[in-house]
Design a protein. Structure first.
Lengths: 231, 260
């Protein structure tokens, strides 16, 4: 099967122009690939560059050298040299990103945040409300909170809304940055089950999870970034 | 698969005020539905660039190609007639002025201000125009009962809402906004940004927004141009430019934000 993402000699150095042009050489020579149905955990000590790597794959950080190719509908797109609207398109359709913290727009309700994903993907239809309700119920978000903006929700509730927002969509690739960090045991299990069902649908998942026991329940492979740091 | 129509193509745009550089050698493309932010300190050439693009001043050099008709190649704005340019300004472009008083007739009713923009079009019937004006006031969250009042007596935030209603009512292809929330207090600013975001997402209109407020551009725009001394020093996806700035000036700009 063709890899969902492949990188060639990916490198990242931060140059801090206003701090005497200090160079922070974070990552180099990363040749990585992930296939559909795989769940790869990024590992390595704090500060190794796990988030930096994930952010490059999402187009949020600019690689210093190397290429990133993303597969969408049988075509590879070079993320480093794509136009802005093409990257935005890939983010709407190909790569779903569950960040550590939910970014909320004031006054937009929980329900609308989730239906907006379907709207963006052009899959909002008559049965969508039921689908959204079902997912929110699965994630233990109480019904009387659905019409509220999640700004005032607890950390765990916000994290589950964040997961619902991305998991409702039909993305062939998912990035999960600490998806269970604020969750109790019961809700962690629910989220892990949702992740497993995505893997069964051949979604390629890259995740950062510190807790090894949680990691081992879903990940098919570990990718240690300590092997790609410079001196 | 990922193909969008280009609606604006700017090449090597330069404008001098006498010997003084207004903006220099600016090139970028804008696609259908894209929202571009232009940031930079006062005097960096943001407003000069916006004025050139929107036909308010003629650039000293360079090309501005605009999509007038989807089925035809883009046309150079510097080469079309004044008459045609004015027609474009009335319908296809909208310019939201920083000071709403510059974009409104203060002694014409709120409804009349909106009507002025849409009366040239298919709708000539009075009640239809009034209906459409009410619809737009509703979308920008203005009280509909104020339709017959003069904007002279509106608050700054309300005047800005009215100006936005007026501009968007003609369903323009491209909207220019110069500091749309400048001069408004923080709570009014947040609400207005919210309204703009929701409307713009639904309309799929292309926009160019000039602002010195990074929070505003982060919230509203897809991509950014960072300007300094009349030149573009960095450009790219908005979150990329703000989270991983490459140029020393952009790094200075993003590190100067106070965390609340």
């Amino acid at each position: 099967m063709n890899p969902s993402i492949k990188t060639t000699n990916l490198q990242k150095t931060f140059t801090l122009h206003n701090q005497n042009s200090t160079e922070l050489k974070v990552l180099k020579n990363i040749n990585f690939s992930i296939s559909p149905g795989e769940c790869v955990a990024l590992t390595g000590k704090s500060g190794t560059g796990k988030s930096t790597f994930l952010r490059m794959l999402y187009g949020n950080y600019l690689p210093t050298a190397g290429t990133i190719e993303v597969l969408y509908q049988d075509t590879y797109y070079d993320l480093v040299h794509s136009l802005e609207h093409q990257i935005i398109y890939l983010r709407k359709h190909a790569i779903g990103y569950v960040s550590q913290f939910l970014v909320v727009i004031p006054r937009v309700s929980t329900f609308d945040i989730i239906s907006n994903t379907l709207k963006q993907q052009g899959t909002l239809e008559d049965g969508s409300n039921e689908k959204i309700s079902h997912l929110l119920e699965t994630l233990n978000i109480k019904k009387n909170m659905w019409h509220l903006p999640p700004m005032t929700f607890s950390g765990g509730e916000q994290q589950r809304v964040n997961i619902a927002k991305t998991f409702i969509g039909d993305y062939p690739i998912l990035f999960l940055d600490e998806p269970t960090s604020a969750l109790d045991k019961e809700n962690t299990k629910i989220v892990l089950d949702l992740i497993k069902s995505k893997l069964n649908k051949n979604v390629a998942i890259i995740t950062i999870i510190h807790d090894a026991t949680i990691r081992n329940q879903i990940c098919t492979r570990e990718f240690n970034l300590e092997n790609f740091t410079e001196g | 698969m990922i193909i969008k129509d280009k609606i604006l193509e700017v090449k090597n745009l330069t404008h001098y005020y006498g010997e003084q550089v207004g903006c220099e050698d600016i090139s970028f493309d804008l696609y259908q539905g894209e929202i571009l932010g232009i940031v930079g300190e006062s005097g960096s050439g943001k407003s000069t660039l916006l004025k050139c693009l929107s036909g308010q001043i003629s650039p000293s050099q360079g090309i501005i190609n605009f999509c007038i008709d989807q089925n035809q190649p883009l046309q150079d704005l510097c080469k079309i007639s004044e008459q045609k340019k004015r027609a474009l300004m009335r319908k296809e472009w909208g310019i939201v002025q920083q000071n709403p008083r510059d974009g409104l007739r203060l002694r014409v009713s709120a409804g009349g201000n909106i009507a002025e923009r849409i009366i040239n079009e298919e709708i000539k019937n009075y009640s239809n125009i009034r209906h459409k004006a009410l619809e737009w006031m509703d979308k920008t969250e203005m009280e509909k009962s104020r339709i017959d009042d003069f904007p002279l007596n509106f608050s700054g935030g309300m005047q800005q809402r009215l100006q936005i209603s007026k501009i968007l009512s003609s369903n323009p292809k491209l909207v220019y906004m110069d500091e749309p929330t400048g001069g408004l207090d923080v709570s009014v600013q947040a609400k207005l940004l919210d309204t703009i975001t929701i409307i713009v997402r639904d309309l799929n209109v292309s926009m160019i927004i000039v602002s010195h407020d990074l929070a505003v551009v982060k919230f509203l725009t897809d991509k950014l141009l960072v300007m300094k001394s009349g030149m573009v020093v960095e450009s790219g996806l908005t979150d990329r430019v703000l989270d991983d700035p490459q140029h020393s000036y952009t790094q200075l700009l993003t590190s100067s934000i106070l965390q609340v």
